[in-house]
Design a protein around this ligand. Structure first.
Ligand code: NDP
Length: 792
């Protein structure tokens, strides 16, 4: 036999990782697992046990407990009892605990990797080389944030007891992403792992207790969606952090609306993988393999939509098919395989159904002729070409090893197709022209962009989506804020009815009644659509004037005007700062007149009214100052390259102002939004809207482009409902009574817009700590992380 013969016929032999340790751990729980509550496993109850299987073989791996409302109650009580002390021990002590958890994960790395591969069906090569190292990195990184908490987050306090719900695709990694920041910053946790994959969470909880984590700080309750729903509904949970499907994310938004629970949602995606004709094709092919066949494509940020520039498409597909033929499917514990089993036969059926739909809708399907093991839920790597952008498979998340390919001709067309999705989680851009790649990244609707790379993650770099991919970030400084709340807000008290001034405290300054103040839309005064007006009364009960009674059509017009002003989001920070300073200058020129107006309408003293105007001028200055100083960061994750954390505006934001401080509250809400490049539709203070309609006269003399600030007067709750339900509004800020907050959150569910509400708690708008500064800017922006590896 010649050497070349051996080269040609050589094949991989099996290289099975040992499962002895994992099986031994399972054998120590022969009757099954209770929940992990208050530092120990709860007693078993035969009637509530269910099986968890090995997806690759269908064999039963262990029995776990279906969590009931009573179990959730016990876990939340344990977490509540532990929280004050856990925060009280201080950042350094928590840092030591987090560090111990990181070390614990490293000590048991192989056990975790094997157990995860058995319970999920994914290749042990991935759990060993990706999941588990990232888990350890997450605890190390957040040990650091715990250590620095008192210095870096001095104006913040923990949220409290956090309910966390994770899916089955990265059970241990999602656990780490959720619990590391929560625990580091002084919260305690009740975690509900996915029904299919509960084991690594139970192992983690047991080993964490052995590593000295105090009882009650981390509780794990296993079970299905009903257990998750019970956790979401529990009244003593302060926040829900959820990763999973967009449908369940919506349900959770609905059921928590108005409850005062904060919420972060990491949901699905249909991320574009864009290859320009000057890309390094071989590198891009390897990128595709990683983007869509990593974890069998069961990855929320999978590069599931391949967009290739037309001129290279045929060559690219041919090379990709050759590469697909080299992929190896096999047993998860075989270290030589690329592709393991899908999680469950139900997921296999779902993926197959979508592929069939794609073919029926005209796609051409390629699957390599590779061996798939018998049994289990193996699905061949699949490429669908000739897919129309309107096809079901181009828009639906398949969550399996199926790549959907389309072509584009120009840069603009690439962006249009890439952004033609209700999701916005991640994107991957391939081009050797750095200027091109860096121009595409900010234009993509996505929370994460990888340039000439894909699926890069790090604890120091935030991850999360926009649009229907959810809101909130995990990792990095921005991820820490998701588990903190401003100290100044934590001390707010319920809003009292605005005081009725005793007569004589204000100077009468009532204008003639014959003038009806109009709405202000697209930089112009506009009559309300219904041609109806609303009487406005001063504090003394006299008719002070009339304003237009805006309706849903006016809101729609205002939203359209705000969209048309999109250039504002791309304008320079310097220019936005200038516009805010100039607004302040113009307001200052009319300060006396505004003060008299406020006094006459609200009945506050002249001195108080003057103070409100001065505070409003100062606030405009403050946000002028912040406009070019609230910036992103350059991260140095552990790779040759950088990740740019770019601060981006949300887009079009609806703002409903509260009944107090008519000028100062309006300025405090609108200024941070426009400073960051948003455009707003404002519903002013319903009792004193004339202050806002006076304010548009200031806007008219400013150099703010038309459509950046639009003002629609009328009934707050009615107008809020249109704004919150509007699919072209990206976020809603609603300040007023508790019902307004509940409506804003409930109606935001359609396009999963972000909300900022006060649940009827009063803000002292004069208090700079509570009413001004970075915490508002954080709500006015979202962070996009752009990964840029470099080198040959
Ligand atoms: P689901 O949304 O069904 O489940 C996620 C978690 O929520 C599970 O623990 C599940 O329990 C639980 N759950 C189900 N129903 C409810 C409910 N009504 N109330 C509270 N909790 C509930 O998603 P899958 O597990 O099917 O995961 C796949 C989906 O998750 C994909 O769409 C994917 O895109 C998305 N995903 C997003 C990620 C991201 O970071 N953005 C990461 C990973 C996945 P049970 O297991 O019993 O059903």
């Amino acid at each position: 036999m010649s050497v070349s013969h051996y080269f040609d016929t050589m094949d991989y032999g099996p290289a099975l990782e040992s499962d002895l340790d994992a099986r031994a751990w399972l054998a120590r729980h022969p009757d099954g697992f209770g929940h992990f509550i208050g530092g120990a496993f709860s007693p078993l109850n035969d009637g509530t046990l269910f099986d968890t299987q090995e997806p690759a073989t269908g064999k039963v791996l262990a029995r776990v407990t279906q969590g009931t409302s009573a179990d959730i109650d016990a876990a939340v009580s344990a977490a509540r009892a532990a929280q004050a002390n856990w925060f009280g021990i201080g950042g350094h002590a928590r840092a030591r605990h987090l560090y111990a958890l990181a070390r614990m994960v490293q000590r048991h790395a192989r056990l975790f990797a094997v157990l995860e591969a058995l319970d999920n069906g994914k290749p042990v090569r991935e759990t060993r080389d990706i999941d588990v190292p990232l888990v350890a990195r997450h605890f190390y990184h957040h040990a650091g944030w715990a250590q620095l908490q008192e210095r870096e987050f001095a104006d913040q306090v923990p949220v409290g007891v956090i309910g966390q719900i994770v899916p089955w695709n990265f059970p241990l990694l999602m656990l780490a992403w959720k619990i590391a920041p929560a625990l580091a910053l002084g919260n305690t946790v009740v975690l509900k792992p996915a029904e299919f994959t509960p084991l690594s969470a139970l192992l983690f909880a047991e080993l964490a207790a052995q590593a000295g984590l105090p009882a009650g700080v981390l509780n794990v309750v296993t079970g299905d969606g009903a257990t998750g729903a019970a956790l979401v509904a529990h009244p003593d949970v302060n926040k829900i952090a959820f990763t999973g499907s967009t449908d369940v994310g919506r349900l959770i938004r609905q059921s928590t609306a108005g409850s005062g629970k904060s919420l972060t949602l990491e949901l699905g995606g249909k991320s574009p993988f864009i290859v320009f004709d000057d890309a390094d094709i071989d590198a891009a092919i390897e990128g595709v393999v990683d983007a869509i066949w990593f974890n069998q494509g069961q990855v929320c940020c999978a590069g599931a939509r391949l967009l290739v520039q037309e001129g290279i498409a045929e060559d690219f597909y041919a090379r990709l098919k050759r590469r697909m033929q080299q992929l190896r499917a096999g047993a998860p514990l075989d270290k030589t395989i690329d592709i393991g089993s899908l999680i469950d036969p139900s997921q296999h059926a779902r993926v197959q159904k979508l592929v069939d739909i794609g073919i029926r809708e005209g796609a051409s399907c390629y699957q390599p002729t590779i061996d798939l093991p018998a049994g289990g839920s193996y699905f061949a790597p699949t490429l669908l070409t000739q897919v129309h952008p309107a096809s079901t498979v181009a828009s639906e998340e398949i969550f399996g090893p199926v790549l959907v390919a389309m072509t584009f001709r120009t840069y603009d067309e690439a962006l249009t197709i890439a952004n033609n999705s209700r999701y916005g989680l991640a994107a991957s851009v391939w081009s050797e022209t750095i200027g091109l790649a860096l121009a595409v990244a900010p234009a993509l609707k996505a929370g994460v962009v990888w340039i000439n790379s894909t699926n890069l993650f790090d604890a120091g770099v935030g991850f999360g989506g926009v649009r229907e991919s959810g809101y909130g970030r995990e990792g990095g400084r921005e991820g820490c804020y998701e588990y903190l709340k401003p100290r100044a807000w934590a001390q707010r008290q319920p809003r009292k009815a605005a005081p009725v001034a005793s007569s004589g405290t204000g100077t009468s300054f009532l204008p003639p009644v014959d003038r009806t103040a109009k709405l202000y839309i697209g930089g112009k005064q506009a009559r309300s659509d219904g041609e109806q007006s609303l009487g406005v009364f001063g504090f003394d009960g006299q008719l002070a004037g009339e304003v237009g009674l805006g309706n849903r059509k006016d809101i729609r017009n205002a939203v359209a005007a705000a969209h048309a002003a999109s250039a504002w989001s791309g304008t320079t920070a310097h220019r936005r700062a200038q516009a805010l300073y100039y607004l302040a200058e113009n307001l200052s020129a009319r300060a006396e007149e505004f003060a008299k107006r406020i006094a006459a309408l609200t009945g506050v003293s002249n001195a108080a009214a003057t103070a409100e105007v001065e505070a409003s001028i100062s606030r405009l200055f403050a946000y002028g100052a912040w406009a070019d100083k609230y910036e992103g960061a350059v991260h140095a994750p552990p790779l040759r390259g950088v990740a740019l954390a770019m601060v981006e505006p949300l887009g079009v934001v609806g703002v409903v102002c509260p009944d107090e401080s008519p000028l100062l509250a309006l300025v405090s809400l609108v200024a941070p939004l426009i400073a960051m490049g948003n455009r707003v539709v404002v519903v002013p203070n319903a009792r004193h809207p004339l202050v806002a309609t006076d304010f548009y006269q200031v806007l008219e003399t400013s150099d703010l482009p038309g459509g950046v600030i639009n003002i629609v007067t009328g009934a707050s709750s009615t107008l809020l409902q249109t704004l919150a339900a509007h699919d072209d509004v990206d976020a809603v800020w609603a300040f007023g009574d508790a019902a307004l907050s509940a409506d804003a959150e409930r109606l935001s569910t359609g396009n999963l817009k972000r909300t900022l509400v006060d649940y009827g708690m009063a803000t002292d708008w004069h208090d700079v700590m509570a009413a001004e500064g970075p915490m508002w800017l954080r709500h006015a922006t979202q962070v996009k992380n752009v990964w840029i590896p470099y080198g040959e």
